[in-house]
Ligand binder design. Structure first.
Ligand SMILES: [Zn+2]
Length: 158
């Protein structure tokens, strides 16, 4: 699934009665550029780095980033990823019942993994829960390719 364009997301915000502001546009552009789960700190740091292209965006405070992300999640335009490290990360797109992520414990990289196979887990989860299973989250963690390459050769075993 491709992520909606920034203009489409601004249109969706407008339909919800939220103006097209410089901070909202800048936050969405940052999210679209990162293209994977990013923490509020990372989004905010990228906003500050946008100074040269959009001077107003560099003035956006952390609380504006936080509030904007809460709004985007509430409207189903962005989703929150919470992994075992407790850091909330955000990405463009609506939440889905089956999701899997890989988390690098060294650099914090988070990447989405194909979740198609998780559907096969649902029947046994329903039986065990004896009820309705609404969400399945799988977290794989370890070292990403870059961090693995930084290790001495004798410690690079996968
Ligand atoms: Zn890494």
């Amino acid at each position: 699934m491709t992520a909606p364009a920034v203009e489409d997301l601004l249109d969706a915000l407008a339909r919800a009665g939220l103006k097209r502001t410089v901070p909202r546009r800048a936050i969405l552009e940052v999210l679209a550029t990162i293209g994977r789960g990013a923490s509020l700190d990372e989004i905010h740091a990228r906003m500050r780095a946008k100074t040269s292209t959009a001077p107003d965006a560099s003035m956006v405070g952390f609380s504006t980033v936080y509030r904007t992300m809460r709004t985007l999640v509430r409207l189903g335009l962005a989703r929150e990823i919470r992994l075992a490290d407790g850091v909330a990360r955000y990405e463009i797109g609506k939440d889905e019942p089956l999701r899997a992520h890989f988390h690098c414990r060294a650099c914090g990289l988070v990447e989405e993994l194909p979740a198609a196979r998780l559907a096969a887990f649902l029947p046994s989860a329903r039986r065990a829960a004896k009820g309705r299973v609404e969400r399945v989250r799988v977290e794989a963690s370890g070292l990403c390719a870059r961090c693995l390459a930084d290790l001495p050769p004798e410690r690079r075993r996968k």
